[in-house]
Ligand binder design. Sequence first.
Ligand SMILES: [Zn+2]
Length: 264
Amino acid sequence: MPEGDTIHRHARRLGPVLVGRRAELVMPRLVTPAPSPVEVRGVRVHGKHLLVDLDPDEADPVVLHVHLGMPGRWDVTRPAPPGPPRGRDVRIALTTSEARATCRKAPVAELLEPGRETRHRVLGRLGPDLADDVDLDAVVRRLRDRPVRPLHVTLLDQSVAAGLGNVLAVEACHVAGLDPRTPTDLLTDDELRDVYARGRRELVANIDRVRRTTVPGARPGELWVYGRDGRTCRRCGTPLASTALGGNARHVAWCPSCQPPRTR
Ligand SMILES: [Zn+2]
């Protein structure tokens, strides 16, 4: 599933071709046709969600909410091709005089009326976007209000802070030197702030990279521990450990030496 860095990268491609422009909007799956044309006011990201602020001619402003899930993607075509968007997998097409942005296969592509975003069952519960200048003390306070869970499960809780997915959470635990299984009540506030700060740093650093990379100076795509089960730690040579964690049984890997287990 795309993580916050990937969604910010999409937003940085979409913003320059859409914002401030008038666009024809087509959303083939909607029962009621989408308003069109629209003025695109902005492209925003909140965690793993992409939000496009729209101002239709004869209706109240609306927010276009997109979650790409595993299969979704955005394509930008310049110049805009003639005729309607093609393909059964099209969820959204925004066509300006210069370009077309097409979203395909996204499981969530919906229009939200004004004010609905804060009451939305998913968007309304999101913590702050980690790519922003986040108050990490507030993140830790929110975390302490939640039940005690393994650190990795907590890092994925988008209501604490939004943006980290499985890969960035596993990598953040490694660079912070923390075992991803550690119950959060065994960690100090400083340790929690540090692991979120490191996750944030990796998220922001990877917005401009085509392949997510966490190892400084390494080839594109090189990660410290994620997906490296059965291999050895890049820092110390210890064989990496791995397990499934949390309700969704997310696969995590760690170095037992650099990320030693905590006991009560
Ligand atoms: Zn190690």
